[in-house]
Write a new protein. Structure first.
Length: 401
């Protein structure tokens, strides 16, 4: 690749230098050493200088030759210097500053001094020769370069932490944290037994769970904040960025409060004048629950609201005439105790394929693999339960494992 050198401080202009890695026939390479360096036997780094191609033994030879030339610096040299100078603790500081909005707060959560955090940030900016943050009256905000680097920094810091946690686990000292997203009904149905099994195997690992809404979970999965997500993605959601392992298929139903004016209705056409509470996932515009109306030749409801909290949805249903769509297992788990009822519409509502979403190309930690295994065991056990309430919950669920 071609490299244009910078102008020297003395006013000399550097030559155009191209560095290429190529495979040569050993017989075609001159046997006479060039600039005192032996030729390569098979693989050669080739230097093109002023139209003349010189094969070299290795990159060190080129680096030494460049140091003797009137070239102050090439872009390759700058890049190599940046890579060598960026340290993990500098990236940790950047992530902490982005999360807290100030150097002082970042220092507090890292357990170091504010001066140490500021020094790490300054060294990182100097290495990259680019400002990463701006100081404003409201706090620190990231520049475009800072936001771009932050995406990679989160992954690097997170994956390094997971690697160290795995080493501790192999030593018999499990520790660290496992973060994941689960749909609310799966939290109720499967999490207690899964946690019990997990704690017996890895007692030192803390669990952190979030609601498994894709609009909240995919960005966290992308930046390394969570290890995996149990959700209902579409191919548009996944692309080549995520892996998906199906677990089960669940049906859906329309829910409302007990005593709702539409409780005796049997058609979606009778529900158009009510407000609806739905969850909105990225890339799911063609799969939104609201589209059950258009698929059946009906106009959209009068009002649509998007809520990504089960507690908020239940409260709003209880205190209004709004409607929502719940997976059938969730309906069986909470409708009676939360004073909700099902409106048995005749139209078919799209089923959900729920599974494990992980970031492609990122190895799963020991803790993640262990937890997912116990979750699958728990799902199988619950599906085979003889308890009447459990059988009702699972009657609309088809296992894919």
């Amino acid at each position: 690749m071609g490299m244009q050198g910078n102008t020297a401080a003395t006013g000399r202009t550097s030559s155009v230098i191209a560095l290429t890695i190529a495979r040569f026939d050993p017989a075609s390479i001159p046997t006479t050493p060039l600039f005192g360096f032996e030729r390569s036997r098979s693989w050669s780094v080739c230097l093109v200088h002023e139209g003349v191609t010189y094969p070299y033994l290795d990159a060190l030879a080129i680096k030494q030759w460049l140091s003797q030339q009137p070239v102050v610096e090439t872009r390759m040299a700058q890049s190599m210097q940046m890579r060598e100078s960026i340290k993990l603790h500098q990236l940790v500081a950047l992530v902490a500053i982005a999360d807290t909005g100030s150097v002082r707060s970042a220092a507090a959560i890292l357990g170091v001094t504010a001066q140490a955090v500021a020094k790490n940030l300054r060294q990182l900016q100097e290495s990259l020769r680019m400002p990463l943050v701006l100081h404003t009256p409201a706090g620190i905000v990231l520049t475009d370069g800072g936001r771009m680097l932050l995406q990679h920094a989160r992954l690097i810091v997170g994956q390094t932490s997971r690697a160290l946690d795995d080493i501790d686990t192999l030593r018999g000292q499990p520790r660290g944290r496992l973060s994941f997203g689960l749909p609310p009904w799966m939290v109720m149905a499967f999490l207690p037994d899964t946690m019990k099994r997990f704690e017996q195997t890895l007692p030192g690992v803390a669990l952190e769970t979030f609601d498994g809404y894709l609009v909240l979970g995919l960005p966290r999965l992308r930046d390394g904040s969570i290890d995996f997500l149990i959700g209902r993605p579409t191919p548009e959601d996944l692309g080549a960025e995520f892996n998906f392992r199906p677990l089960l298929v669940a049906g859906n139903g329309v829910v409302a409060r007990q005593g709702h004016p539409a409780a005796g209705k049997h058609s979606l056409a009778d529900l158009l004048d009510y407000g609806w509470l739905l969850s909105r996932d990225p890339g799911r515009e063609a799969h939104l629950p609201a589209n059950i109306f258009t698929r059946h030749g009906l106009p959209s409801p009068r009002a649509l609201h998007y809520v990504h909290s089960l507690a908020a949805v239940i409260y709003l249903l209880q205190h209004s005439d709004r409607l929502s769509i719940f997976p059938w297992p969730l309906i069986e788990l909470c409708s009676r105790r939360q004073n909700l009822c099902v409106i048995p519409v005749q139209e078919e509502i799209e089923e959900q394929t729920i599974g494990i979403v992980t970031l492609a190309g990122r190895p799963q930690s020991v803790a993640s693999t262990c937890f997912i295994g116990y979750l699958i065991d728990t799902i199988r056990d619950v599906s085979n339960s003889d308890r009447p309430e459990t059988r009702r919950m699972m009657r609309s669920v088809e296992l894919l494992i």
